[in-house]
Design a protein around this ligand. Structure first.
Ligand SMILES: [Zn+2]
Length: 103
């Protein structure tokens, strides 16, 4: 991680923490690996075609997920990458990884 300088204070919204995390192929690959190790499942709703991903935290819960949005905690805190979106992107063929994702 590169060092960053202190930015002059920004009024009013300065209390919002900078939780921006990088959107990198490596993070997507790691997220997919975590999803697989966690045994997460992806399901498509028959009626609407929407996708849901099971939760690792709560075995009775599922998150509504699209390629760009997810209801999980990581997404809620602004992370562009999460296990659920990684699974969906991989399922849709939009994560072009070789089969070397850690099992
Ligand atoms: Zn998620």
């Amino acid at each position: 991680m590169t060092a960053f300088s202190i930015v002059p204070s920004v009024p009013s919204n300065a209390s919002i923490p900078n939780t921006r995390r990088p959107n990198t192929p490596d993070r997507w690959r790691q997220a997919l690996g975590r999803a697989r190790r966690g045994g997460l499942q992806l399901r498509q709703l028959v009626g609407s075609g929407a996708w849901v991903a099971t939760s690792e935290r709560d075995e009775e819960a599922a998150y509504m997920v699209t390629e760009y949005e997810c209801d999980c905690f990581a997404a809620e805190f602004g992370d562009p990458v999460c296990k659920h979106r990684a699974m969906l992107r991989y399922r849709l063929g939009h994560l072009a990884f070789e089969q070397s994702v850690a099992a």
